[in-house]
Design a binder for this molecule. Sequence first.
Ligand code: ATP
Ligand code: MG
Ligand code: MG
Ligand code: MG
Length: 563
Amino acid sequence: MRTTAFHLVTRKETPQDAEIISHQLMIRTGMIRKLGAGLYTWAPLGLKVLQKIENIIREEMNAAGALEMLMPAVQPKELWQETGRIEDFGGQLLAIHDRAERDYFFGPTHEEVITDFVRNEVNSYKQLPINFYQIQTKFRDEIRPRFGVMRSREFIMKDAYSFHLNHESLVETYEKMKLAYTNIISRIGLDFRCVLADSGAIGGSGSQEFHVIADSGEDAIMYSETGEYAANLEKCEAVGLLDSRAAATAEIEKIHTPEQKTIDSVAAFLQVDKTQTIKTLLVAGVDEPVALVVRGDHSLNEVKANNLASVASPLRMLDDDEIKAVAGCDAGSIGVKGFKGHVVVDRTVANMSDFICGANENDYHFTGVNWDRDASFDEIQDIRDAQVGDPSPDGVGTLNVARGIEVGHIFQLGNKYSKAMNAVVLNEQGKSQAMEMGCYGMGVTRMVAAAIEQNHDDKGIIWPANIAPFAVAILPMNYQKSERVRRTADELYESLTSQGIEVILDDRKVRPGFMMSDFELLGIPHQVIIGDRALDENEVEYRNRTDMESIRVSRDTINDFLA
Ligand code: ATP
Ligand code: MG
Ligand code: MG
Ligand code: MG
């Protein structure tokens, strides 16, 4: 590719609304452009990277026996009524209707659609197990889209769904997917951790997340330095890692029978409008005051779907002054079923915004409470300090805390969807049986941003080799005027291209300094600078984007050097 035949529009200035480095660099390089809130156009440069990631995902999914398909992005509302998930997803669902006033959603995920497909296609155990996947556009009306494609509203996900006769078969495929995910992220070239996770609104039993380690990550994960153990902090609580929280969990179990953990009781408890969308209800403290945090994102029904205890995550109790600062009122007594309590803010999700908080008294609730980003980073550090060095629950090594970007999430769903939608097969005995199901999501567009978070310096992106938009940049000095420079650049370009190497030749009429800084920003791994001075000695200059050290290479051997 020659730059004059390509679309290359870089910017020197850091865009104002871009808080994290990947967002800044994706805009500055021109990989993406914003169309509206959480909506981005992928320019040809960005798309090249995106497609490389897609191809790696495809190859590994195919190798693991999954079958590619493509489902509609638009889904009839009736399917969602069958599973009762409309309220669970709440405000994230983009509702649309056609000219006949029929209702649809732009799919945020595809459990309903695939289960409908499978209940019509699969009727015998002989067709199982089977694993379908697609790479497709999703829409989630995120409360606060931000960080560019890291948390957008329209995004591309690879989602896979497997169907089984029994749990053993599900576990077998789940493990295969876990390995495929490990292979994918390794091939992309990122440092990551597979961590235990809470199943959340999707439901089911076993669940793990894949986190790319980065300080800008929205999740806090805990892992053993030397062992295998790793968990999202939410899950740390669920497995009883943090004693006070485990005790709180037990206490809540005693007081709230399952029937009481309904949307109505929780809404009444909080004195919030139950139609208000919230994300997580967190409960802590036993002898200490009980604490509640509600975060905007999901609907209150998620609380019903989850066991209260399982969504609890580590909290630090705020003292009265802090509560006053956050809630704007004195810590009130909550006084429900023997609970006395304060409202606190969850330290792990403090930067996630839009809390509803306050004491449980009329007129003492506040919505849309936000923390600024830097404060939240310090708060994460609090947890890190408190927990680091604790023994790992599996007995191997001690715990550390890091921040992570969730790029993948795998679930053992069991028969939640197949039962709700009557997706059954005849088993070996000829009896009808609901299928066991697994689902496996991966954020394709988010992966691009995650890769940049982990691979950049103050000059720009440093692409990992397997996802670089171009492998080699040929940077001729004075291409327009020096016949010798032009011939050398063109010859190298032709020869590398004919060997299947992706090359970009900068034939623009720009100053050398401008060209150099553009290609530092763009992060092309191998850069060859061709100028008259080196050519006098029959040489060209080579530098690697990682260390940026220039070396001279003979013009006769540069091709072999790069190939
Ligand atoms: P998050 O916790 O970041 O909101 P999620 O748990 O809601 O993500 P899943 O339902 O597990 O997301 O979806 C599978 C994958 O899709 C996630 O692991 C993530 O990589 C990606 N993803 C989810 N929401 C977004 C988004 N708004 N923008 C970009 N990618 C997303
Ligand atoms: Mg989400
Ligand atoms: Mg998540
Ligand atoms: Mg998830």
